[in-house]
Write a protein that binds this ligand. Structure first.
Ligand SMILES: Nc1ncnc2c1ncn2[C@@H]1O[C@H](COP(=O)(O)OP(=O)(O)OP(=O)(O)O)[C@@H](O)[C@H]1O
Ligand SMILES: [Mg+2]
Length: 232
């Protein structure tokens, strides 16, 4: 599991002469292995928040602490090492490597951690099987459907058995059965390995799997629900 503290986080983007306030002061504390949903309309700041938590983007002000470390004061090498070891990231746009097969894409994070080629491939195939893509293991992303690419991205994020998974709309392109498979896989990891999941979603099928729902509107958390209970 991961302990996460987000303190007074803001993010402004400059667009020509105008400023976009993507995040306007976010405070969150997560200290148990929960599945947490960030729910909000398009443009509310969900991807921005996940990208900052994953160290892919930097905040304008405020801080993010993961397991007691302020990711804002880490240098690039420290941030990369933490990301490789502890964080699985499922991007909204998948970010698969086009020249690699599904299996090679999923193996890559393990090779970066020093696993052998053989061991990496074995683990990658196991994950591809769990997301229902064993027959597509040798296909490249451009030979896969949108939903299949999304499942390769899910497998790639989970294969390192990270402490924290950041998932940007992980079921957006999935049909009923594939969506349920992915959610059950996440639920199982949360229970068995105490993995913390932070995922953004528009998808009503995800809601029953969430321990906590944070509603984001226009860069602010307007409501938090824990098991149906309303907090301020
Ligand atoms: N690189 C950028 N430059 C300028 N503005 C940006 C940039 N990235 C995001 N924004 C703006 O920040 C706001 C929040 O964007 P973000 O992508 O976080 O929303 P979102 O909730 O993930 O939306 P969606 O559900 O459509 O994925 C939006 O107004 C968006 O236009
Ligand atoms: Mg988004």
């Amino acid at each position: 599991m991961s302990k996460i503290e987000i303190v007074s986080l803001t993010k402004k983007y400059m667009l020509g002469h105008t400023t976009v306030d993507a995040l306007r002061g976010i405070d969150v504390c997560i200290d148990s292995p929960e599945i947490i949903g960030i729910v909000g309309p398009s443009g509310s700041g969900k991807s921005t928040l996940l990208n900052i938590l994953g160290g892919i983007d930097v905040p304008t002000s405020g801080s993010v602490w993961i397991n007691g470390e302020n990711i804002g004061t880490m240098n690039d090498n420290q941030r990369t090492a933490m990301r490789r070891r502890d964080i699985g990231f499922i991007f909204q746009s998948f970010n698969l490597i086009p020249v690699l097969t599904a299996c090679e894409n999923v193996s890559l994070p393990l090779l970066a951690l020093g696993f052998s080629q053989k061991e990496s491939q074995k683990k990658a195939l196991n994950l591809l099987e769990r997301v229902g893509l064993i027959r597509e293991a040798k296909q490249r992303p451009d030979e896969l459907s949108g939903g299949q690419r999304q499942r390769v991205a899910v497998a790639r994020a989970l294969v390192i058995e990270p402490k924290l998974v950041l998932a940007d709309e992980p079921t957006a392109n999935l049909d009923g059965e594939s969506g349920r498979n992915v959610l059950e896989l996440m639920h199982g990891m949360n229970h068995e390995m105490k993995t913390t999941f932070l995922l953004s979603t528009h998808d009503p099928r995800v809601l029953p799997y969430l321990d906590r729902r944070m509603y984001l509107e226009d860069g602010l958390i307007t409501k938090t629900e824990i098991n149906g209970e309303h907090l301020a």
